[in-house]
Every structure is written in C-alpha cells, then in structure tokens.
Design a protein around this ligand. Structure first.
Ligand SMILES: NC(=O)c1ccc[n+]([C@@H]2O[C@H](COP(=O)([O-])OP(=O)(O)OC[C@H]3O[C@@H](n4cnc5c(N)ncnc54)[C@H](OP(=O)(O)O)[C@@H]3O)[C@@H](O)[C@H]2O)c1
Length: 393
C-alpha cells in the first residue's frame, strides 16, 4: 500500500527535507497535500514536482495567486485558502501521515485536527506541544494517533527509550533524559558581545541549516527550553528528569540514562533527513540520503553544562514548566513576538529574554483545561508583548 503524506510547512527547511526523503521512495509514499503560508513561488514549484491532490496557503492572496498559476499548468490540484484551508490539507482522508512542520503556534490547530483524526503525526512543530501540552497528548490518545518526534533530540530519545514507555520514566527503568544542545552560535561569546548580536549572526548556526525563527531560538537557547517542555510531554518526564547537556559537535543527538547506569545515545550527522526518515518508516528503516558518520574525522566529543546566566531563556522555560497550566503558552507567544521583532530590527538580542520575562510576569497562570483558555492566554501574551516593544524603531 502506498502511504499518503501531507506536508504542512512544505516550503520551509523541514518541509523541503521531508520532500527530499519522500522523493527517494516513490514506491512507499505519495505526497497528497502541501501547505505553506505565503511563498507562492516555492509552493508552486513543489506542486509541479510532487503533484499533490490539495495545496493550501494560509495567506488568502497567496492562495489566489497559486490557484491562478496552477489553473494554467496543473489544473487537477485543489487550492485551499486561509487557516481552515491549511487545516483541511492536513485532514484529508488520503493523508495517512502528516508532517507537522509549520513554524510557531500557527501549527497548533492543523496538527491537533490531524491528531484527532488518528493520523501518524511527524511532529517538528514543537510549539504546538509547548502551547497545548496535555490537551494535545490527550487528543492524540483519544484519536489513536501515533506521534513520532522529528526534533533530532526527541527523535534520538525516542530511539533510545524502551519500546513501551509511558506512565513516567521510573516505570520503565529510566532515570533521566540527557537532552543535548549545540550551544548555538554564541556558545563561546561573552555576555556583552552576545548583547549586541545581529540577526545575521544569530541565524548563522554552526552545525544546522534551519529556518530563521528556530535559528534565533537556538542562539538564545530558548529552543532548548521549548525542547525541555516538548520532552516533558512526549516522554512523561518531570522537568528535573531532563538534563540539558551542551555538546558542541551535534553528533550525539540525545541520550537516555537507565537505572542500572546504562546510558544509550543516538549518533549521526546533523542532517534532519535522519529523524524524518526514521519517523516516516518506523518501525522499519529506509535510506535518507544522509552521509555516513565519520568518527575518525570527528575525533572527539565534548560536553559542557549550560550557562543559564548568559542564556536566560533556558531558565525562563524551566520556570514556565514549573508554573504549569498556561505558562508555557505565554512563554511561547512572548518568544514568537520577541524573535520576530529581533529579526525585523525592532529589538536587541539582549532584550529578548527581558521581554519574555516581563510578559510571563504580567499574565496569570490558569489551568490549561481547554483549548479556548490556552488560545486566549496566547493572544493576551502576544498583545502584551507587542505593547512592550520599543516604539518606532
Ligand atoms: N529546521 C530544522 O532543522 C528544525 C529542527 C527541529 C525542529 N524544527 C521545527 O520545525 C518547525 C519548522 O521549522 P523550519 O526551520 O522548517 O521553519 P521555516 O524554514 O521557517 O519554515 C516554516 C514553514 O511554515 C510555513 N508557515 C508559516 N506560517 C504558516 C501558517 N500560518 N500556515 C501555514 N504554513 C505556515 C512556512 O510557509 P512560507 O514559506 O509560505 O512562509 C514554511 O513552509 C518549527 O516548529 C521548528 O521549531 C525545525
């Protein structure tokens, strides 16, 4: 049987890597839908290459333009518009698997809808899980969805965990998770130099080639903070069972420490096609196009403790996990506004954690019992963050 795959966030870094892996296995997979925000040029090109049944664009003008172009050169493709169109693209009956690779909380509703329908979710969009944690996991369980992590660290942890994990780490003999971090481009920079970092410097990651938002998150180490929250939900781990380990070579993608003292690690070249291929084929293995790991040229592996004084965002994320409820949603929303403002030149690098902290302090922590409450706090956090931005820069 050929498996139908929906790729949400198709024009992005993860989306393109996914399509690269899928194209290597036409006998196994068929691209049934593609979705993006406003990159008409990119999605049009992908539609011609992969011939999905459905293409969706969140931006209605972009969708209109895509429909105009496809009417001329690929008339069979159904073009959908707006956030609902994107959700539909991930929910169509022909999609067995959904690659959730939209960046930010915008990915939450389409991913949640696909999880409720019981599809295999290839979860790159960590923000969806950070925002809605328990609700998301409950929806997936109720729908019978399998969630396979795409974040290289969580995919590594998944590979090192015992097969039937759940119900807490100690139940399956796991003591803790060792979540590795590259440390980002500013790992060795002193605080005063980090404070003046530019968007170009923040986006120049030493090991990974990623979208701009996650690149800035890596530079502030908020990415690791979001990943702590993600690991908390995916593996039912308490925050104090997740140790961040800075490992500059990004060869070990994370480790799991067992109660008998064993530490299992997953290694590989830093190329997202490995976790993507793993999640697509699991429990089987397929070719991903990733180069073999050459341990002789790597020669050494280094480890450091994270520096929470220079990278305050990681500390803020731990505080949000401890606060629970809607706190991670607020943290995430404030971070999205701060990173966007930094990329637009409206906020300095050092002001990112300050802004996030201010927003987290300003809003109450409510129980995250329903989606409406979570989305309301997300919206309030964005409004407070916008109001806190410096004027007219
Ligand atoms: N890149 C990595 O190596 C990596 C690793 C681990 C996890 N992740 C996670 O994967 C996700 C995607 O990251 P990325 O680096 O691939 O980002 P990216 O390169 O910036 O791509 C983002 C994608 O999301 C689409 N998009 C944005 N807003 C949308 C909306 N409202 N509706 C529909 N589509 C929307 C974009 O479309 P347009 O092109 O039209 O704007 C683009 O296709 C993030 O959550 C990130 O944290 C990424």
């Amino acid at each position: 049987m050929v498996i139908g795959v929906a790729v949400l966030g198709a024009t992005g870094s993860i989306g393109l890597s996914t399509l690269d892996v899928l194209a290597r296995h036409p006998e196994r997979y068929r691209v049934v839908s593609l979705a993006a925000n406003r990159d008409v040029e990119g999605l049009h090109r992908l539609c011609l290459a992969h011939r999905p049944l459905v293409a969706a664009m969140a931006d209605p003008d972009a969708a209109t333009e895509l429909a105009r172009r496809l009417a001329a050169d690929a008339p069979g493709i159904d073009v959908l518009a707006g956030a609902n169109g994107v959700t539909q693209a991930g929910s169509i009956a022909e999609a067995d698997y959904v690659m959730a690779a939209i960046v930010g909380a915008a990915g939450l509703l389409p991913t949640l809808a696909a999880a409720r329908l019981g599809k295999r979710i290839l979860l790159a969009n960590k923000e969806a899980l950070v925002v809605s944690g328990q609700l998301f996991m409950d929806a997936a369980r109720a729908g019978g969805a399998v969630i396979l992590p795409i974040d290289s660290e969580h995919n590594a942890i998944f590979q090192c965990m015992p097969p039937a994990f759940g119900g807490g780490l100690s139940r399956v003999g796991v003591r803790r998770i060792l979540l590795t971090a590259s440390g980002g481009p500013f790992r060795t920079w002193p605080a005063d130099r980090i404070a003046g970092a530019t968007p170009e410097q923040a986006c120049a990651h030493p090991n990974w080639d990623m979208g701009r938002k996650i690149s800035v998150d890596s530079a502030t180490m908020m990415n690791k903070g979001l990943e702590v929250i993600e690991a908390r939900w995916l593996f039912e781990a308490a925050a104090d069972q997740i140790q961040v380990v800075v490992h500059p070579q990004s060869v070990i993608h994370s480790m799991v420490e067992y109660s008998d003292g064993s530490v299992l690690a997953q290694l590989g070249n830093p190329d997202m096609r490995t976790p993507i291929a793993h999640a697509l084929a699991w429990p089987e293995r397929i070719e991903s196009g990733v180069e073999r790991l050459d341990l002789f040229s790597i020669a050494r592996l280094d480890f450091e403790a994270p520096d929470l004084a220079r990278f305050r965002c990681l500390e803020l994320a731990y505080q949000a996990v401890a606060a629970g409820g809607t706190a991670p949603a607020v943290l995430n929303a404030a971070n999205e506004v701060a990173v966007d403002a930094f990329l637009r030149g409206r906020l300095g690098f050092a002001a990112i954690p300050e802004l996030i902290d201010r927003v987290c302090q300003a809003l109450p922590v409510e129980p995250a019992d329903d989606l409406e409450t979570v989305l309301a706090l997300d919206a309030r956090a964005r409004a407070v963050a916008e109001q806190s931005l410096p004027d007219g820069v």
